[in-house]
Design a protein around this ligand. Structure first.
Ligand code: ASP
Ligand code: MG
Length: 474
């Protein structure tokens, strides 16, 4: 593959232990043999980002008692792997010193947060970024130790973002220019750049993060701007599965999935890929593969361009995957006085937005004169409050009878290109649920026309997923 470029991203579990790092190192060595130009992107070691952010939020409440324990955990995690996998004494010591300096700055930051009594989004990004800044040094030393030429670079050097801390957006023009300027000379010399996922910097050099789970997105951005030929996401499962194997043990890996299908899956709870990862690679026409660090010979799942199904099932299968998002509530605003009154929906969703809640599913049953939508469990009470305030007059006048929330519910989503245009699929779905005595509380169809979502009671979640998964197996 002369001059082909590959970007490989390792997730938290893929660099989370000595064993995982041995696999990652072998994967890098094997890829090196096939791809003359290789970029490696890493997440923080599993559990580290959570530990850092938990410590910061405790510090914001004035509690720094557990800081020494957190410090110790971070040291042990990184140092154990360095001691075992970086045999040369000097590089091992140097790596540990660099990681130690980052741990000390973590302690300083948390103490500063405790003094201030608050953690700003900017401060939280400074803390959260330390996980990747540590793991990248560890992985870099391990790769160097095997004699492969590599160079550790923090993505703050070339992924330039706006200052929307905790969910920063890359400024593509500068990012493209810098990424090429910094990475290309290394690639030309056959050196592997090993860089941090998740983080970037503002034009002024202030550290930002791209949002939780954002390392996938980092790999996609780097792949898109270089551009690379392929982006591989190394995780701890064999790719995208037909459903959660903890619910259905016979769930299997999908060899291929289209971009719009995976977008629906990522949105509806299958934690395989950060949802923002998809757009940059689709737009740049770059291949994307999801594969398992712990089973590297498995081909994993390949993302493919949206097949022009013309309403026909792709590969003879219409339903491809089933997901569940748990811990949701349905909120209903109902009343006969809403009939034909313009602006009710706008005001309802304005009230929801004012609480900072995003809504994964909406339905409106016109005959009942009600608007119904799902929100995450913990936001239900504030959302109902905000709605009652917004519609105080209508409630008083009895134009709106009531605003209420259900008990705990789950959103079950069935995904498959060609599903919607294939007659009878919706019928199959609902009769399958009916046969299994699953009561459907609400229904919505994804606008991309590749998914149907149903809301069911929490206790029916597993039953619904199992029943719908049978439609795939058939
Ligand atoms: N370490 C970051 C997180 O846990 C980013 C990532 O793993 O993708 O959110
Ligand atoms: Mg991750």
């Amino acid at each position: 593959m002369p001059n082909q470029t590959l970007v490989m991203k390792f997730g938290g579990t893929s660099v989370g232990s000595t064993e995982a790092l041995i696999n990652a190192m072998q994967i890098i060595r094997d890829a090196r043999a096939e791809w003359p130009r290789l970029v490696v992107v890493t997440s923080a070691m599993a559990g580290v980002t959570n530990l850092l952010l938990d410590s910061a939020s405790q510090a914001a409440h004035g509690n720094i008692n557990s800081l020494p324990e957190a410090e110790k955990t971070l040291r042990e995690k990184h140092f154990a792997a360095a001691d075992e996998l970086v045999q040369d004494e000097n590089p091992c010591l140097e790596t540990k010193q660099e990681i130690n300096a980052l741990i000390l700055s973590f302690v300083d930051l948390c103490k500063a947060i405790a003094v201030l009594g608050e953690a700003s989004p900017r401060a939280l990004d400074a803390v959260a970024s330390l996980g990747e800044r540590m793991s990248v040094r560890l992985l870099g030393a391990i790769v160097e130790n095997t004699g492969i030429k590599s160079e550790v670079i923090e993505a703050t050097e070339f992924i330039i973002t706006n200052d929307h801390f905790q969910n920063a957006h890359p400024v593509i023009k500068v990012t493209t220019e810098k990424t090429r300027r910094i990475l290309k000379p290394l690639l030309d010399e056959g050196i592997i750049p090993i860089t941090t996922g998740f983080i970037g910097a503002t034009p002024d050099g202030v550290i930002t993060t791209l949002g939780r789970g954002g390392s996938d997105y980092s790999a996609a951005i780097i792949g898109a701007v270089l551009p690379a030929d392929d982006v591989w996401i190394w995780t701890d499962v064999d790719g995208v599965m037909t459903t959660d194997p903890r619910i259905v043990p016979s769930a299997r890996t999908l060899p291929e999935i289209t971009y719009s299908e995976i977008a629906e899956l990522a949105y509806y709870g299958a934690k395989v890929l950060h949802p923002k990862t998809i757009r940059p690679v689709v737009e740049a026409g770059i291949g994307l593969r999801i594969c398992n660090t712990f089973n590297p010979s498995h081909p994993g799942t390949r993302l493919i361009a949206n097949a022009k199904s013309n309403g026909k099932p792709v590969n003879g299968r219409v339903v491809k995957a089933v997901t569940a998002i748990r811990k949701q509530r349905l909120i209903t605003v109902e009343g006969r006085g809403m009939l034909g009154v313009p602006g009710v929906a706008a005001r309802a969703f304005g009230a929801v937005a004012s609480t900072g809640t995003s809504v994964p599913l909406i339905t409106q049953a016109s005959s009942e004169q009600s608007i119904c939508f799902a929100v995450p469990d913990e936001t239900a009470a504030p959302v109902v409050n905000a709605l009652e305030k917004a519609f105080a007059d209508e409630l008083e006048e009895r134009d709106i009878d009531r605003i209420w929330k259900t008990e705990d519910v789950s959103i079950i989503t069935v995904v498959g290109v060609g599903m919607i245009h294939t007659p009878g699929v919706a019928g199959q779905i609902f009769s399958q649920l009916g046969k299994n005595n699953v009561n459907v509380l609400a229904i919505a169809q994804g606008s991309s026309e590749v998914s149907i979502s149903m809301v069911v009671s929490a206790e029916d979640t597993e039953l619904a997923v199992k029943a719908l998964h049978e439609l795939i197996v058939k």
